[in-house]
Design a protein around this ligand. Structure first.
Ligand SMILES: [Zn+2]
Length: 148
């Protein structure tokens, strides 16, 4: 292999590592759902809010929301920074409002919407019992809501 090519390859490997780090909670959940037999589309652009996961067979959209950016109520990962407080309050409030609008749009289209918080995924990653329980709950929600 020539040197140039090798460099390009290792660079792309590094980049993919960085990227997968950014989206780790999504990947974790996707793998679990895939393992449970669900087939889905990711970052589905045709739907409001571009759901992280969309399961056509169950007409279910799943958002994996970071606790800070999407303001998870009563969560210790969701705090407004003390500096530039006004800016952050406005910014985060805007995110929450946009989320609400997108969820409403999806529900009006007859799509079931599930929101999973970053802290829930973290808890799942840390503890297998929590993970199993959450997966069971999640499957129930995907399947039950579908029958409604
Ligand atoms: Zn949280």
């Amino acid at each position: 292999m020539n040197e140039k090519r090798k460099t390009a390859m290792s660079r792309s490997k590094n980049m993919s590592r960085v990227k997968s780090k950014d989206t780790k909670p999504e990947i974790f959940l996707r793998k679990l759902l895939w393992h449970e037999g669900f087939r889905y589309r990711i970052n589905f652009k045709d739907l409001p809010g571009k759901p992280d996961i969309f399961i056509p067979n169950h007409n279910t959209a799943i958002f994996i929301n970071g606790c800070f950016w999407h303001v998870h109520e009563n969560c210790k990962l969701s705090t407004i920074p003390k500096t530039n407080r006004d800016f952050w309050e406005k910014k985060l409030k805007g995110n929450v409002e946009r989320d609400k609008k997108n969820i409403k749009k999806l529900e009006d289209m007859g799509i079931n919407v599930l929101v999973i918080w970053g802290c829930e995924i973290k808890a799942m990653e840390k503890n297998e019992e929590v993970m199993k329980r959450k997966v069971k709950e999640l499957i129930k929600e995907i399947i039950n809501r579908d029958k409604k």
